[in-house]
Design a protein around this ligand. Structure first.
Ligand SMILES: Cc1cc2nc3c(=O)[nH]c(=O)nc-3n(C[C@H](O)[C@H](O)[C@H](O)COP(=O)(O)O)c2cc1C
Length: 176
């Protein structure tokens, strides 16, 4: 069994990205899925003065341990004003201070969704450019546009988009 860690780049309790990443994880076979929620890893706003004064919060180490112990990573990023949500960026900043190779070379399925037609394309492009500098091995990317039209009851309802995701999850799974 492969260990897959999956999470949304969001701290919304009803996160559509958490719904998408949970669905994508359910498409894998012979895997242990560990779905993380950023709300379980609360962190103060990153600042160098805080880091110098108190060091690293335990939750940063805990989150990094989850990534380190996984065989693969699934992420779906929320897009806020064309970029990462503050909650994800804060976690990423803290983690990058502990470990520059934040993603430890693990295979990654990188996704985004939003209620809009661009499906989080801007944050996806930012992460696609940036994550490899933190040792991410991005195997596939997937964007789900118009979440409310294309997703219902825990599944993608648009057949074409669903087939695309199923294919990408297969490629990701083979890479583990
Ligand atoms: C502060 C803020 C900024 C947003 N900016 C964007 C944006 O730039 N592009 C976009 O597609 N959606 C934007 N949205 C809508 C989010 O995509 C939507 O809230 C989505 O549900 C966020 O994902 P989540 O539910 O996983 O947190 C924004 C929402 C908020 C609260």
């Amino acid at each position: 069994m492969r260990n897959i860690v999956a999470f949304a780049g969001s701290n919304s309790k009803k996160s559509i990205n958490k719904q998408l990443v949970t669905y994508a994880a359910s498409l894998t076979e012979n895997s242990n899925i560990n779905i993380l929620d950023l709300n379980d890893f609360e962190l103060p706003v990153f600042g160098v003065d805080l880091e110098n004064k108190n060091g690293f919060p335990d939750n940063v180490h805990k989150f990094l341990e989850h990534i380190k112990s996984a065989d693969g990573i699934m992420i779906s990023l929320a897009e806020h004003n064309g970029a990462y949500s503050a909650a994800f960026k804060n976690l990423f900043d803290w983690m990058s201070r502990v470990e520059g190779k934040t993603f430890f070379g693990k295979p990654m399925l990188l996704m985004a969704t939003s209620p809009g037609a661009r499906g989080g394309a801007s944050v996806l492009a930012i992460a696609k450019d940036r994550f490899p500098r933190h040792d991410a091995n991005i195997v596939e990317t997937f964007s789900l546009p118009l979440f409310d039209e294309n997703f219902s009851e825990g599944k993608i309802t648009n057949e074409e988009l669903n087939d695309e995701l199923v294919g990408k999850v297969k490629t990701f799974s083979k890479s583990l």
